[in-house]
Design a protein around this ligand. Sequence first.
Ligand code: HEM
Length: 401
Amino acid sequence: MSDIVERYDIPEQHFWLHGPRSGPAVEFDARTGLWNVYGYPEMHEVLGGPATYSSDTVRVVPKELMPGEDDFSLKGFITQIDPPKHGKLRKLVSSAFTRKVVADLEPRIAALTHELLDAARERGGFELVSDLAYPLPVIVIAELLGVPSGDRALFKQWADALFQRDTEVSLNRTAEERGADIEATMRPWKEMSAYLAAHAAERRRQPRADLLTRLVEAEVDGERLPDDQVVNFAIVLLLAGHITTTMLLGNTVLCLDAFPEQQERVRADRSSIPIVIEESIRFLTPFALLGRATTREARLGGVTIPADQMVMIWLAAGNRDPRRFPNPDVFDPDRDPNPHLGFGRGIHFCLGAPLARLEGRVALNILLDRFDALRTDPDDPVQFIPMPSLTGVRRLPLIQG
Ligand code: HEM
């Protein structure tokens, strides 16, 4: 068992943090009905082969596990779309969500970080997640989209309802569990869709200088995004845009607490912040799990996976595969290269990676400026998000210093 597991009481379901795995790189779990991929080269192959490993996973989920089609549509949900449609949508949204749009946010991210830290100082006590790591990315993405950042309590409610459950990932659930799951997901989903649809409709009537307007107006080959697809892309941004970056900030500070020599080093040489962030994403991978569905029979890691099977890609385990990362349980920012899969790989590679990296770099720099030491409070323990598909802290109280 590694030190951090005991020290921070890391939940059992984050099995990749509890020492090396001994099983095969790919295996079928009869209990859940899922194929699990744990090995790095194998997941490289899956993510690089969208023709065999499709992102349209809903196709293989039994109908009774899904909400009715009237309630729920994943149309335009970019993470679920395969080529050739995916390429077209990605081009369209990339034309609105450009690197320049992101780079221009740097001064605002810095100003917000200072504001949030000033407010925390006035209140006294410092809990990194609620004081900074959660509000910062939410305010940034809300301002970017053009929805009121004052509504962030609502966004948190929706995100918590969708992401803070600790249910096991499985295709074999009882009717009762399925009903409860669907209900728990649908309510926030519908509210969020209605909220963003109202804002998108407003932008069609009255354009503003925001990302929602750019999405509504974006055009590729003379075609625009239909309303439901604008809404679904905005949902992806609102959810992906804050939960994962919240985890990135919390996890990076946790790594600097766990490895004080690394904290000393990055304090003395701020140019190493980017490599610390990359290693933090490898070491504590925020988005731990992705899904794909086989379109045909496939050979992977020495086993044969039939067509129409759900394949679970445990990115967090792949990022600790000793075949790719020597001494994977060592936090070593000097890994060069550090080809972690934390932002995915291939055609679906995270579109928000430049924003996540920028927020991480700016916030960490300011935290190091304003705190002589970033240290967790032994009397007020760290808490991890229990959901097995996410690695991140939901509470990280720090000693003021
Ligand atoms: C895709 C992780 C931050 C927007 C992905 C994927 C991963 C990922 C693993 C691949 C999904 C797949 O292959 O099925 C992360 C992590 C983040 C982060 C770890 C922070 C540390 C963000 C941010 C945004 C964002 C800040 C936007 C504001 C997206 C979008 C996609 C995506 C739109 C879909 C791309 C596509 O399907 O073509 N992200 N993400 N992400 N991410 Fe992120």
